[in-house]
Design a protein around this ligand. Structure first.
Ligand code: BGP
Length: 479
């Protein structure tokens, strides 16, 4: 018996702002991602309110996919990708976000890109926006803190749904919408929602206000998309990091259950179409005034998703005896009460490597929602070296992926989970999101570009390239 369904969507994933470059090309406006610096090793990226002279902003050129996409698509084709997940750079389509008419040159770029993919037998899988929005919307309107931005997003969504309705079938609304639950780390509120927190505001209340506008925007977009083309499959996209109890102490089991609400809050709404009780109770307890208006319940109920797209990189563990606060736990994916998991090793960036956690995640999401699942990001960020033989021997990456694909196969065949596909993250090297560094690489295709913005942009196959080609060709049989 084959391990994966015959129409399984093997692919690769990227995001516009981490890949494309061409930051002001053909009428594109500046985006919130264009004012993020490259964090020095181990340091967070800074957010500037405008581009400053003499500062290096890695997303401006990224890996210049804007000018290399034809050559890259040839490599994807050789690899055998069936799908390619990328996003549409909102500021290419509406440079300021609040224009009446879209930017035709920006629309044309994605027409050309999707045509090129389709002509090479690769189906695009599109995230409407992946951690970016026009900078003007953040600065002038306060991003998704402001309900007006919902309308701008819906107009953007409608514009691209209309335009690409015959070229794209699989869509997702907001990338890792739940990342902003880490609201003490400013980068997540900024990139998820274009929001900064003022001194007199409660950051958690601000986060839930923006979150409400995001779930409305997502639901309205889903409804618009289905009206434009009922064949569309529109999913959400969440980051899923399971949070384990550190031991069998029931207090830890409950702690982990509660902490998992950080992961489930958004999908609970986007899949079921209404707010979970635990969230409403939390608002009440905290005295939060979340602007849920009359009619919003109907919007949420009418815009539920068709499938769940999610990223999986690592797991966390928590212990009631480790009283860290939310402020201290502001590293990507970390949570209050977090402790080290003695059973797991970590990557060079401190992300645990936990293949079985992927099977656990698949089962939990399937059991809770009974919707098809799509792993739209997974992978190992690592320092790659070009060896004396001129090659990149990234066995660690193949090992990581083999172990994760094995767990996927168990989830499908043993557990009966419905899994649509697998698009490993950063199929071609790109700018790391959390660090802004190039040296945290995920790709199976190397790009000659360093942390300071030096390099020729030349592409090279890593050893994992041929390995993944074989995995796809055998539909996951030969790992
Ligand atoms: C996810 C994001 C991606 C991506 C990935 C890896 O959170 O959706 O944009 O970058 O994580 O993270 P990083 O690049 O920080 O290693």
């Amino acid at each position: 018996m084959s391990k994966f369904p015959k129409d399984f969507l093997w692919g690769g994933a990227v995001a516009a702002h981490q890949l494309e470059g061409g930051w002001l090309e053909d009428g594109k406006g500046p985006s919130v991602a264009d004012v993020l610096t490259a964090g020095a090793a181990g340091q967070p990226r800074e957010i500037h309110d405008e581009v400053r002279d003499g500062v290096y902003y890695p997303n401006h050129e990224a890996v210049d996919f804007y000018h290399h996409y034809k050559e890259d698509i040839q490599l994807f084709k050789e690899m055998g990708l069936k799908v390619f997940r990328t996003s549409i750079y909102w500021a290419r389509i509406f440079p300021n976000g609040d224009e009446k008419e879209p930017n035709e040159a920006g629309l044309q770029f994605y027409d050309d890109l999707f045509d090129e993919l389709l002509a090479n037998g690769i189906e695009p899988v599109i995230t409407l926006t992946h951690f970016e929005m026009p900078l003007h919307l953040a600065k002038t309107y306060g991003g998704f803190k402001n309900r007006k931005v919902v309308d701008f997003f819906v107009k953007f969504a409608e514009t691209v749904f209309e335009r690409y309705q015959d070229k794209v079938k699989y869509w997702m609304t907001f990338n890792e919408i739940n990342n902003m639950m880490d609201y003490t780390n400013p980068i997540f509120l900024w990139t998820n929602a274009g929001v900064t927190v003022e001194d007199d505001e409660n950051p958690e209340e601000v986060m839930y206000t923006a979150a409400h506008h995001l779930v409305l925007a997502s639901a309205l977009a889903v409804a618009k998309g289905k009206a434009i083309n009922p064949e569309f499959k529109i999913g959400n996209m969440i980051s899923h990091v399971p949070i384990y109890p550190n031991n069998a102490n029931p207090a830890n089991i409950m702690l982990s259950e509660e902490a998992m609400r950080l992961r489930y809050f958004f999908p609970d709404i986007q899949v079921r179409g209404y707010y979970p009780q635990y969230a409403l109770k939390h608002f009440e307890r905290e005295g939060f005034n979340i602007p849920i208006l009359e009619g919003d319940a109907e919007i949420l109920a009418n815009g539920t998703v068709d499938y769940i797209g999610f990223s999986y990189y690592m797991s966390n563990a928590v212990d009631i005896d480790n009283q860290t606060t939310h402020d201290e736990a502001n590293v990507h994916g970390q949570v209050p009460y977090q402790v080290e998991n003695e059973y797991l090793e970590s990557s060079d960036w401190g992300w645990t490597v936990d293949p079985m956690g992927l099977r656990i995640t698949l089962n939990r999401l399937w059991d809770r929602y009974q919707l098809p699942l799509f792993i739209v990001e997974n992978g190992l960020g690592a320092y790659d070296e070009i060896s004396a033989d001129g090659q990149i021997h990234d066995d660690y990456r193949m090992d990581y992926m083999t172990k994760h694909i094995e767990q996927m196969a168990i989830a499908v065949n043993y557990d009966g989970v419905q899994l649509m596909g697998y698009t490993p993250w950063g199929i071609i090297d790109l700018v790391s999101f959390t660090s802004g560094q190039m040296s945290k690489r995920y790709g199976m295709i190397y790009v000659d570009r360093d942390d300071k913005g030096q390099g020729s942009f030349k592409r090279m196959k890593k050893d994992s390239f041929a390995w993944y080609q074989k995995v796809i060709a055998t539909n996951g049989e030969d790992l």
